[in-house]
Design a protein around this ligand. Structure first.
Ligand code: GDP
Length: 198
């Protein structure tokens, strides 16, 4: 397995439709999370590159699929869900896009699902996990902001979430993470190495 240099990261493009995505070849990993779970902070920590997350947060790009290249591979930043104030029609359109992406993107090897460890497994997280199960896509869950909880609380949340996902046949793994304290980064990188250099 090759070790990937996550600092070799750059923005490729933003897509509103699947046909605008780069050619479906090689390996791709997607990252998702409810807004405020800390997805941008995770991206910053992973790549040591603040411009990536900034790009994704640029007004006009927040509801698009943002694609980055990472040392010759691709990382897809999926639009944050939980943007409560968007009209129902926009949400529906976005769900269709996401659904199409998960079902048809052949280069997609797995998904990183970022949750706030204090509020894990919210409705959309569960829905998302079911989606991935239906598409037979593996998921790696980051229980972010672990620094907000005591060690024992972290351990018990990790166990609860691990128990909840154990029956999933698509392969769901869980770890605690702190983007703030840079904790858990090696475990995240080795999961990504596995998927991207597959
Ligand atoms: P996004 O909306 O999911 O992209 O979330 P952001 O990365 O913008 O983070 C949302 C808020 O959570 C910000 O105030 C971050 O500083 C904070 N945050 C993100 N990661 C961590 C973490 O690991 N620990 C703590 N304590 N705060 C974090």
């Amino acid at each position: 397995m090759t070790k990937i240099n996550y600092q070799k990261a750059e923005f490729i493009l933003s897509a509103a439709q699947l046909k605008q995505l780069p050619t479906d070849e090689g390996n791709e990993v997607a990252i998702v999370g409810r807004s405020n779970a800390g997805k941008s902070s995770v991206l910053n920590q992973l790549t040591q590159n603040k411009s990536l997350a900034r790009t994704s947060k640029t007004p006009g790009r927040t509801q698009l699929i943002n694609i980055f290249s990472i040392d010759g591979h691709r990382l897809t930043d999926l639009p944050g869900y939980g943007f409560a104030k968007v009209p129902e029609a926009v949400k529906q359109k976005w769900q269709v896009l996401l659904d199409d992406y998960l079902r048809t993107r052949e280069s997609l090897q797995g998904l990183i699902l970022v949750m706030d460890i204090r509020h894990p497994m919210k409705d959309f997280d569960r829905k998302f996990l079911i989606w991935c199960e239906q598409c037979d896509l593996p998921v790696h869950i980051l229980l972010n902001k672990s620094d907000k909880l005591s060690y024992n609380q972290q351990k018990s949340t990790l166990q609860d979430v691990a128990d909840a996902v154990t029956p999933c046949p698509n392969g769901v793994t869980v770890q605690t993470f702190s983007a703030l304290k840079s904790k858990g980064i090696d475990e995240l990188r080795s999961r990504l190495d596995e998927w991207l250099s597959n």
